[in-house]
Design a protein around this ligand. Structure first.
Ligand SMILES: [Zn+2]
Length: 317
């Protein structure tokens, strides 16, 4: 395993590469978890769309993951059932409107630095309305992670007691259904958890035993909101750590219990309720796991695979 001075930069470059690059909107990727199970509650949603602007005529999105409006609509329609199935949340709509059969996706694209969503609401005429803001920064770059991530927020609603857990499960999902991500990981035989754990390990190695590192680690999985500006390097690392923590929970306690914690938990005491282990204990175990992670590939190998797959001159180092 290589440990060079520039490893942190290489890690961040790779993360950025994987976050912002894609080819074109491909067909739906297969569910890489093999966990697909249809629930009686799962509906074949009708999707309707509203756009706050004439985006595809105003902007050149041809190199993005949604080159046409039709690609966007196809992706939304395919992501919603994939999210339901992957996370086992086919009942998500029942608290909003049990009779709804249509999702109205209200899309705004803008110059904000990051994408966001609001909790789904009960619309008029029997729809459930998703309001999504996709940042041009994340669309034109051309990434394929933002939409899957934001739709996961939409499906789950924005009610988790821990923003760290919520962002973690959204990135967990985006890594598995993102239109190119799942293919990249599957084609290269990459274990997704291993990949992200290595990423976090390499990033944190620089700040373990520092005040900054302690603050970062302390915030992961905690109750409450966002401790960092999302646009800073610390904010990006917080997202990566949150995903790694959720990956660890799913791997060790199962997706069902992790989703119960995320959806029904009220505070840190509910780690014990749903996982049977205290927050402090599981946090300590996750940190030890990250520190001791021995990845299947070196960062250089991961980077080469990513460059080859995405066919870009990324990296910057
Ligand atoms: Zn998010």
């Amino acid at each position: 395993m290589k440990r060079r001075k520039k490893v942190l930069f290489a890690v961040l470059s790779l993360v950025i590469l994987l976050t912002i690059t894609s080819c074109t909107a491909a067909a739906n990727p297969a569910d890489p978890t093999g966990a697909a199970q249809q629930s009686p509650l799962q509906k074949g949603w009708n999707c309707t769309f509203h756009y706050a602007g004439d985006y595809w005529n105003c902007y050149d999105l041809s190199k993005s993951f949604i080159p046409t409006q039709s690609d966007f609509e196809t992706l939304v329609a395919s992501y919603i059932p994939q999210i339901e199935t992957l996370l086992g949340v086919q009942d998500w709509y029942t608290a909003i409107d049990a009779d709804a059969d249509t999702v109205l996706v209200n899309l705004e694209m803008g110059g904000t630095p990051h994408s966001m969503v609001w909790s789904p609401t009960k619309g008029s005429d029997g729809t459930i309305e998703f309001s999504i803001l996709l940042s041009f920064n994340q669309i034109k770059t051309p990434g394929d992670r933002a939409l899957a991530h934001e739709l996961t927020h939409s499906v789950l609603g924005r009610s988790c007691f821990s923003n760290s857990l919520e962002e973690g499960i959204c990135d967990y999902t985006a890594a598995r259904i993102g239109v190119n991500y799942s293919i990249f990981f599957a084609e290269n035989g990459i274990d997704i958890m291993d990949f992200y754990t290595y990423d976090v390990k390499a990033a944190l190695e620089k700040i373990y035993d520092t005040e900054k590192g302690s603050k970062m680690l302390d915030s992961i999985g905690r109750s409450g909101g966002y401790p960092y500006s999302l646009q800073t390097q610390d904010g990006a690392m917080w997202y990566e750590c949150s995903q790694s923590f959720v990956e660890y929970l799913v791997k060790n306690y199962g997706l069902d219990k992790t989703m119960q914690l995320i959806r029904e938990g009220k505070g840190e005491e509910d780690y014990q309720t749903y996982l049977g282990i205290s927050y402090e204990e599981v946090k300590e175990a996750w940190i030890a796991y990250v520190k001791n992670c021995e990845p299947q590939y070196t960062m250089e190998e991961y980077r080469k695979m990513a460059q080859s797959f995405f066919e870009v001159n990324g990296g910057g180092d």
